[in-house]
Ligand binder design. Structure first.
Ligand code: PBG
Ligand code: ZN
Length: 338
C-alpha cells in the first residue's frame, strides 16, 4: 500500500483502486502487457498475375504489387529472409468465362505461383484463396442460375476442383472464400478422394458483405459486374448467424476458422474464442489497410502505432493468426529492434 493510499482513507471515501501503479514506467508496462503480436502469427497476402516483367502496383494499396510467377518466387525468398512464415496466394485471371473454369486449370496462374513459392522457399506455409470471382465474367463467386443468383451446389463443385488443383500444386492449406453453403464439406470430400488428406482447410467462415474490399477487387479484377454479394456473403448485423456459420464449418471439417473484415468483427472473434477450440484467424482486409495508409499519409495517425494497435486488438479479441498487408512492415520493425 502506498503512503498516499493509507493516508486518511476516511477522507477519501471508498478505497480507490490504483490501476495507474502498473503504468508508471515503460519497463513495467512491457513486463505486464497482456497481448503481443508475434511475427510467426502473420500471413502475408500475395497477388500472382499472368505474364512476367516488373511487379505492377495496386491502386489504393501503396506497397502492394501483383507479381508474375518468376517474380513471386523471388518475393517468397525475400519474405522468408525477412522472417515471415506464411503467404496467402491470390490470382489474377488470364481469361474470364461464365463458369470461371480457368480457376481449376492446373497450369493456371495460382497453381504455378504455389509451385514457384514452394520451390523458392519450401519453409513458407502456402495458403491459397479458393474462389471464382476473379475468373467469372460477371465477377460473382460462382456460376449464376436462371434468376441471376449464384448456384450454390454448382459453385461448391467448382471450389472442390480448384482446391484439388491447389493441393496438387503444393498448397498447405486451401482457403475457400466464396461463402457457399457446404463448401468446406465439399472441398474436404474432394481433397480426401484425390489423396490430399493432409491438405488443410482454412475456412473464411464469417465473411461479411463489406464496404472494405474495394482495393482488393481492383488488385484481383474481381468486382461484381452487377449487383452485390449480399445473397452469399454475411450481413454484418448478425452476430448469432456468424456463430452458426462457424459451427457449420467446424462440423464440416474446417481446420481453421476465419472472420473478416477484422476490425468490424472483434466481438465475433471473442465469442468464437469461447465457443471453439479450433485455431481462429482474422483478415485485416484491403480497406482496413487503405484506411490506415490514408490516415498516415494525411498526418492523422502515426502508421506504426495504428498498425500495432489494430493488430494488437485483433489478437486480444482472440485471433491466433492474422492475415495482413502490413506483415512486411511488422517484420521490418521487429528487425529494427534486434
Ligand atoms: C474473393 C475475396 C475477397 C477478399 C478475399 N477473397 C473480395 C470479395 O469477396 O469481394 C477480400 C480481401 C481484401 O479486401 O483484402 N472472394
Ligand atoms: Zn469470390
Amino acid at each position: 500500500m502506498t503512503a498516499s493510499e493509507s493516508a486518511a482513507p476516511e477522507r477519501r471515501g471508498p478505497r480507490v483502486r490504483r490501476l495507474r501503479r502498473l503504468r508508471r514506467s515503460e519497463a513495467l508496462r512491457e513486463l505486464l502487457a497482456e497481448t503481443s503480436v508475434e511475427l510467426r502469427r502473420l500471413v502475408y497476402p500475395v497477388f500472382a498475375r499472368p505474364g512476367e516483367g516488373a511487379p505492377t502496383p495496386v491502386g489504393g494499396m501503396p506497397g502492394v504489387e501483383r507479381h508474375g510467377v518468376g517474380s513471386l518466387g523471388r518475393l517468397g525468398r525475400t519474405l522468408a529472409s525477412e522472417g515471415l512464415r506464411s503467404v496467402l496466394v491470390f490470382g489474377v485471371a488470364r481469361r474470364k468465362s461464365a463458369d470461371g473454369r480457368e480457376a481449376w486449370d492446373e497450369s493456371g496462374v495460382v497453381p504455378a505461383a504455389i509451385r514457384a513459392v514452394k520451390r523458392a522457399s519450401p519453409s513458407l506455409v502456402v495458403i491459397s484463396d479458393v474462389c471464382l470471382c476473379a475468373y467469372t465474367t460477371h465477377g460473382h463467386c460462382g456460376p449464376l442460375d436462371s434468376k441471376g443468383l449464384v448456384d450454390n451446389d454448382l459453385a461448391v463443385e467448382s471450389l472442390a476442383r480448384i482446391s484439388v488443383a491447389h493441393a496438387r500444386a503444393g498448397a498447405d492449406l486451401v482457403a475457400p472464400s466464396a461463402m457457399m453453403d457446404g463448401q468446406v464439406a465439399g472441398i474436404r470430400r474432394a481433397l480426401d478422394a484425390a489423396g490430399f488428406g493432409g491438405t488443410g482447410i482454412l475456412a473464411y467462415s464469417t465473411k461479411h458483405a463489406s464496404s472494405l474490399y474495394g482495393p482488393f477487387r481492383e488488385a484481383e479484377g474481381s468486382a461484381p459486374s452487377f449487383g452485390d454479394r449480399k445473397s452469399y456473403q454475411m450481413d454484418w448485423r448478425n452476430g448469432r448467424e456468424a456463430m452458426r456459420e462457424m459451427e457449420a464449418d467446424a462440423r464440416e471439417g474446417a481446420d481453421v476458422l476465419m472472420v473478416k473484415p477484422a476490425i468490424t468483427s472483434l466481438d465475433l472473434l471473442a465469442r468464437a474464442r469461447e465457443r471453439f477450440d479450433l485455431p481462429l484467424a482474422a483478415y485485416q482486409v484491403s480497406g482496413e489497410y487503405a484506411m490506415i495508409k490514408d490516415a498516415a499519409r494525411q498526418g492523422h495517425a502515426e502508421e506504426r502505432a495504428a498498425v500495432e494497435e489494430t493488430l494488437g486488438a485483433i489478437r486480444r479479441a482472440g485471433a491466433d493468426l492474422i492475415v495482413t498487408y502490413f506483415a512486411r512492415d511488422v517484420a521490418s520493425w521487429a528487425a529494427g529492434e534486434r
